[in-house]
Design a binder for this molecule. Structure first.
Ligand SMILES: [Zn+2]
Length: 300
């Protein structure tokens, strides 16, 4: 289990630390005492340290992010506290959320995934919550039955979110799908196109929407592969719209207007047809022999 560098006294005891060894490690500065019963090792995750200092555990969307689940990028801290720890100063003043509830007091510095999901249901909007559930299933972190169990205490509305889940490779893709369906635009997900592979979303017969998942493209290879796919799709007769993370999160209305304009023209319904083959050699010769090629420009 990944502790993110923050452990309880019980976890350290289980790992073989005696109380005397623990006191020595703290005195020597090798382990930092965060609050009663909680300690940070060197190199501990700073957000996890902050959450534990505040008297809780990292949970909700901050916890989901630690498990690799897609959630919107944010620097806000999401903490779950038991009612016995809300006296700890600062927990209410942090930006983000502090879920205070009567569940068990945190036993790990980052809540187990089911507890993060339950906390996120109270914090995230419905579309973002479904995006996180899609991501959990895509990463195979929990089965559908385990997700059902995690949501069973959250009420029927939370369980209803499971029915909105689909195969999806990224949270931003889920958000676009949900928003288009809300506008009654029919959309298919993860459609296989020969010679290209799976595309994120297909509208009608030929409008492909590809969605970048993260705020920043750090992988030059992935950037090139995306452009190669776009070129192959256009060559095969598809229309391609590529949406960035910023498009989905901050510029959606403008993007939707463009998608609707294509749909209103009916361009998405036409079957994709590769352009007729052109003899490029003839085109080149014709261009070289063009009679106007060496003529002086026409003056105004
Ligand atoms: Zn939260």
């Amino acid at each position: 289990m990944n502790t993110f560098g923050v452990l309880s006294a019980a976890q350290l005891k289980k790992a073989g630390f005696t109380p005397w060894e623990l006191r020595c490690a703290v005195a020597l500065g090798r382990i930092e005492r965060l609050r009663h019963g909680w300690y940070a090792l060197e190199g501990a995750d700073p957000e996890v340290v902050r959450a534990v200092r505040l008297g809780g555990a990292l949970s909700c969307s901050s916890g989901l992010a630690r498990y690799g689940v897609w959630v919107p990028s944010t620097s806000e801290l999401h903490v779950r506290c038991s009612p016995h720890h809300v006296w700890v100063s600062g927990v209410r003043s942090e930006r983000g959320c502090s879920v205070v509830e009567n569940r068990d007091a945190p036993r790990t510095a980052v809540d187990p995934l089911p507890l993060c999901i339950a906390a996120a249901w109270k914090c995230l909007d419905e579309d973002t919550f479904v995006a996180a559930l899609d991501s959990i299933q895509h990463l195979r972190l929990l089965s559908r039955a385990e997700l059902h169990d995690a949501l069973s205490d959250c009420g029927p509305e939370a369980l209803r979110m499971l029915r909105r889940c689909r195969a999806s490779e990224s949270g931003t893709e889920t958000l676009v799908r949900l928003r288009l369906r809300r506008r009654r635009i029919r959309v298919r997900t993860q459609v296989f196109i020969p010679g290209v592979g799976r595309v994120d979303l297909l509208l009608g017969r030929r409008l492909v929407i590809e969605v970048d998942s993260r705020a920043h493209h750090t992988d030059a290879g992935a950037y090139q592969r995306d452009r190669d796919r776009d070129r192959a799709l256009v060559a095969a007769g598809y229309l391609v719209i590529r949406l960035t993370y910023q498009d989905v999160m901050f510029r959606w209305e403008a993007c939707l207007a463009d998608i609707v304009a294509i749909i209103n023209r009916g361009d998405h319904r036409r079957p994709p047809a590769a352009p007729k083959e052109v003899d490029t050699q003839i085109m080149q010769d014709w261009s070289l022999d063009a009679p106007w090629r060496n003529q002086p420009p026409i003056s105004a």
